[in-house]
Design a protein around this ligand. Structure first.
Ligand SMILES: [Zn+2]
Length: 137
């Protein structure tokens, strides 16, 4: 089983899909501030870590995409695997080259949005790891 992210959000102004994962995040397409914040970073990190603890890697072999949140989750899991498979580069370098090489089509606005969100998830995972280490001392 996998922990899915059942979440869909479209901008109320331009209908672009994005995730207001923090209160200062505005629509990456039109800039509208919807004054919404969703604590999805915690959920994404939890889902990624669950995947890692049961399978040994972040990207699920089979991942049913039931929502926009699931779509975003899969993109982020893949970049996490790419990052943790090497030791020379910082997370942001990996995320940028990974998402720059992706074809975004009409969803170009999403690129930096996903890079920033993936970085937040990475920080959350590292924070959780530290917390667990400290608890076991
Ligand atoms: Zn918008």
């Amino acid at each position: 089983m996998s922990l899915h992210i059942m979440y869909d959000h479209q901008c109320s102004e331009c209908e672009a899909y994005y995730i207001p994962y923090d209160k200062d995040i505005v629509c990456p397409n039109c800039g509208k501030d919807e004054e919404k914040a969703l604590n999805i970073v915690t959920e994404l990190a939890k889902s990624a870590q669950y995947q890692m603890s049961t399978m040994g890697f972040y990207s699920p072999i089979a991942w049913w995409i039931g929502s926009f949140g699931d779509f975003v989750a899969l993109l982020i899991f893949k970049v996490l695997d790419e990052f943790y498979a090497q030791k020379e580069k910082y997370f942001k370098e990996i995320a940028e080259s990974h998402f720059n090489s992706r074809e975004w089509g009409t969803q170009q606005y999403m690129k930096n949005h996903i890079i920033d969100l993936s970085y937040k998830v990475y920080l959350e995972i590292e924070k959780n790891k530290l917390y667990r280490q400290n608890k076991s001392i």
